[in-house]
Design a protein around this ligand. Structure first.
Ligand code: SF4
Length: 359
């Protein structure tokens, strides 16, 4: 990601999205002490400031120099919010500096509040159950744009409440690997004690080489894998990228990931009538879960009607509540760690797989 942006013919650096080490290096490169990097890190990512003149411990002349030589601290503008009357789930619509729209969702729960963030504008992967896939792909978000979804939602929502972050909004995080990793490094820093990697989940449909790379990154972030079927042919119909990175290749990468990071993998499993809720699906799922440290999130399928889907997407139907109940109980009987993720925000198209905006 290019961190230099041309404004009025002048090259300006975009510091928002720099990790702690990058900020220290930057200040060293402009003849300042490296500790300025730590101070600015805290102002950016802990105090969530909007302008350099709020940085009380930075000398005035440096504040002026920074505001003249760098791009604005805010990478996103909040356009609107929409809240579900039923659940309090709130969807945020943001605009990037180059005019793209993205969405993030805050999901309030009794003991914790979760923020679901996006990593791309749209998505190129065209998963058949996902509204984002149906809207196509425009660009990768920068680490600053990924972080600022937290910043703006936290400011709106009161910072202390957002303790959990899931990379499950628009886009495939591992297709925007470098910026996703930088944003994770920012959230992981002890200088922001409100947040911790223990409370962050990155969700992927399976980009096997990047799963290995993430395992080797040293960040012990929790990984969720959009499984949705244990059969290669069915999975390829639902998730076309499965033809390139097969389930088998992904499961090998996941095995490596769980060993290397000593974490459990969460399998996301969307319940689709007649497609992945049959006896043979149950049998294979049990086999898979017994073969590695894992748990399953069963997700009721949310309607894509707001996107007027065609083709295979239009054929997808949710499993009945009764079938979900039977399926989950059968998994529990086999001592599989499973929970049903309750759908929230469907009335504002903010539920799982529903995020999409015409650009
Ligand atoms: S499910 Fe994820 S990877 Fe698939 S199209 Fe939607 S956003 Fe992209």
């Amino acid at each position: 990601m290019n961190t230099e942006v041309k404004l009025n013919g002048q090259k300006k650096v975009s510091l928002k999205g720099f990790t702690l080490n990058e900020l220290k290096d930057y200040f060293f490169s402009i003849g300042e002490n490296r500790f300025r990097g730590e101070q600015v890190f805290i102002w950016f990512y802990k105090h969530l400031i909007d302008s350099y003149d709020e940085m009380k411990n930075i000398p005035k002349n440096l504040q002026v120099q920074l505001s003249e030589s760098t791009v604005s601290i805010n990478t996103l503008k909040l356009i609107s919010t929409m809240s579900s009357k039923e659940t309090g789930t709130t969807k945020y619509l943001f605009e990037t500096k180059d005019g793209y729209k993205i969405e993030s969702v805050v999901i309030p729960e009794v003991k914790r509040t979760t923020l679901c963030i996006s990593t791309q504008v749209g998505c190129p992967l065209d998963c058949k159950f996902c509204a984002t896939g149906l809207m196509g792909y425009s660009k990768n978000l920068s680490a600053g744009e990924i972080f600022d979804q937290y910043k703006l939602a936290a400011k709106e929502y009161t910072k202390s409440n957002i303790k959990n972050i899931v990379y499950m909004g628009m886009g495939e995080p591992l297709l925007n690997y470098d910026e996703t990793l930088k944003s994770l490094k920012i959230f992981a820093e002890d200088l922001i004690p409100e947040l911790s990697l223990k409370r962050i989940i990155v969700s992927t449909v399976g980009i096997a080489p990047k799963i290995i790379e993430l395992a080797n990154s040293g960040l012990r972030v929790k990984l969720a894998f959009s499984l949705h079927s244990c059969f290669e042919d069915i999975r390829s119909k639902l998730i076309p990228i499965n033809k390139k990175y097969s389930l088998r290749e992904n499961l090998d990468a996941i095995r490596y990931y769980t060993k290397k990071t000593q974490t459990k993998i969460t399998f996301e499993y969307l319940m689709l009538s007649g497609i992945n809720d049959r006896k043979e699906d149950l049998r294979e799922l049990v086999k898979l879960c017994n073969s590695l440290p894992s748990k399953i999130n069963v997700i009721p399928f949310n309607s894509l009607d707001h996107m007027n889907p065609g083709g295979f997407s239009a054929e997808l139907q949710p499993s009945s509540k009764k079938r979900i109940y039977e399926f989950v109980n059968a998994l529990k009987d086999q001592n599989i760690n499973v929970r049903v993720r309750h759908t929230t925000g469907e009335d504002i198209a903010a539920a799982c797989g529903q995020l999409a905006i015409p650009q």
